[in-house]
Ligand binder design. Sequence first.
Ligand SMILES: [Zn+2]
Length: 843
Amino acid sequence: MKLLTNLGLLFVSLSIFAQDYQVDLDYYLPKDVSYNQNIPTPKSVIGHEVGDWHVTHDKLAQYMQTLAAASDRITIENRGTTFEGRPLLLLTITSPANHGNIENIRKNHVALTENNAVSQNTAAMPIVVYQGFSIHGNEPSGANASLAVAYYLAAAQGPKIDELLQNTVILFDPSFNPDGLQRFAYWANMHKAQNVNPDPNDREYSEVWPGGRTNHYWFDMNRDWLPVQLPESRARIKTFHNWYPNILTDHHEMGTNASFFFQPGIPSRTHPLTPQKNQNLTKEIAQFHAKALDKLGSFYYTEESFDDFYYGKGSTFPDINGSIGILFEQASSRGHAQESDNGILTFPFTIRNQFTAALSTLEAAVGMRKEILDYQREFFSNARKEASKGGVIVFGDHKDASKSYHLAEILQRHKIKIHEVKRDVVEPNGSNPKVFKKGSSYVVPMNQKQHRLINAMFEKRTTFQDSLFYDISAWSFPLAFNMDYSEMKTTELLGPEITNLEMPKPLAPANSNYAYLMEWHDYYAPKALNMILKKGLRAKVGMKKFSLGGKDYDYGTILIPVKNQKMSASEVATAIKEISAKTNVTIHAASTGLTEGIDLGSNQFRALEMQKVAMVIGDGINPYDAGEIWHLFDTRFDMLLTKIDSRDFGSADISMYTDIILPNSWGNALDKDDAEKLKTWVKAGGTLIGYKNTGKWFNKNEILKMAFKTSKDTARAITYEQRSDYRGAQVIGGAIFETKLDRSHPIAFGYKNDILPVFRNSTLFLETAKDSYNNPIQYTGSPLLSGYISKPNLDKLSNTAAFKAARLGRGNVLYFTDNNNFRAFWYGTNKLLMNAIFFGDEM
Ligand SMILES: [Zn+2]
């Protein structure tokens, strides 16, 4: 008994200690309604009050499941899993009567975006609102608020909620980024003291690398709404097109000293393809947020920051799809409570603002229901008028059907109709003729519902109203894919529509007793080569072009001899067939070594070895750039990549690696001793591959000597007020530029064209090498293809180098000025890294 009493006392004192920043559920909820006692509160399910701890995703999922089971206003579905296996939940919340008729409601709603939408009576239709939370895992007030919002929608009683549920269908996505949310919750919770300590120096408020913002492979998922390369985005985009919501909200956090932001953002930075009416409606909706936050006494701002330019963001993607995207940004407590310029910012306070904005969104939706539904109908009807001009875009790469397929796949995810090409065509185009063939080419008719989205994905734009961008200024998909494409006024190439898109299958290789040949153009050729080497097969790479049996083989063709392998000829044949089938890469059988050009026994075929690759990650390394490389190796090519923490680099045995990658860094990832260690390793035969700012570090440590153009400019007639816009205009936020390739250089193997579009978001201007053959990737004289760059920067960039390679002892140092793995959708430049890995020894 004594023990119990003491325990009781302990609990009492604990709750007193923790009381300072603790609230109960009433803190969040509107007071003017009653709540259904049969609906479980968050605390009754997850064991703590909203805001008391950071909710982990498993608890969040548990609550949503329990709530859905208890409420006839809610259904729940699991739309897939994250990379770490967490469910991608969606709650559909509406009145029980609407639930009884939900499929009809959905169909009528989608009909509003189709032909003959005039017959739909918008006055009698519910509005559809997609509410999503915390796409950045360490911006947790959104996902934590979703507990209280979902509870409110399930439990509130009275005419107001009845009206709301009758007039809206809410697609409720409680956590856009389950893996990131879980990672951050673990961090914040493990550092929480009984006496919450708001000192910003406390470890609670500074996460370790890579932090919880990103998903499993360290992607910023709020850039993937257009590329749709990640499973979380795929689920979301599917829901989007299933319903075409009218409003989509995206709840974020920003710096601790800020207040609260809701859109509209900076008006001059709205993408020109977004109708003005969209921005007007956003402004009208904003009145509802302002009113609700005024009532709470919460401060906020609008129109001064953030923008609606890049359609890959959650609050901008809806704008090109007839919907209205709204961004919320709450100052972050980044833990349980933190001192700020505005006093102590508590986690519950941040949650309450998000809760309030979620409800004011719904209030706006009900209040502006017909107006917004009519806007959506008008958006698609206007888009159809523009579309009726007709024409097609044809795209394809006859040397790389896999890459063509992946672009087609993105279009289909966005419900863009694609067709087969009716007949093969060749368009003369200097040294890079465009060859559109059945099986590796697709035709996109312009006259279709998603006309505006097609424009947004394919257009090249080089003039802008503003010179500042919150994110990238260009993303033209055919350029990112290095894809031949043509816009045509007629539809004569339009073949049958493809409703069941499948990766084209190559013909199975014939048996050979002599050799097999695999060209290097296919996107998955590196995956195939890795499989070949992993099976212990000997393979070589051809340094020159040749022809055999009437077929031309380009630079970089892989040769697999049949004799002197560890396997018999028939085992080799089986292995080659399996590899071709698994990777969809064409492999040819050869029965003679005599070719036109280099014969198969020529020493211009260089032996290849299995590569063992490591990458430095951790403090000082840009996690996005590192994550993109990890994702590429792991999910595209099934290649092992050892991630060495920069902290451990000094003590790690690196002798067994053939390649070490240093992703873009802030220059402080490794120290002087590490530099010496790397030099010794390179001199012994290693290939060191560096990206972007690593070049400066290579220079400083005399690993690779390079000359960069300095960008020095002096402000003239620029006022103090204008200074940040002036500086901002000199930033290359992300644009697309043209480079010229020397196709005979191993870094360019597998490229059929001698022009390659590259992504760039840096101002590193690398001087060319004196000898022309040492400049295999060089910016052209007028390199801007799409996006924003200031005139002085464009002048500096022209004719500079994008790559440098140099021998050091028996090894090589390779350097890229630009990221060729950007956000997983730059399929066109991924091969550069694979060439560095497999052929680095030959450079
Ligand atoms: Zn964010």
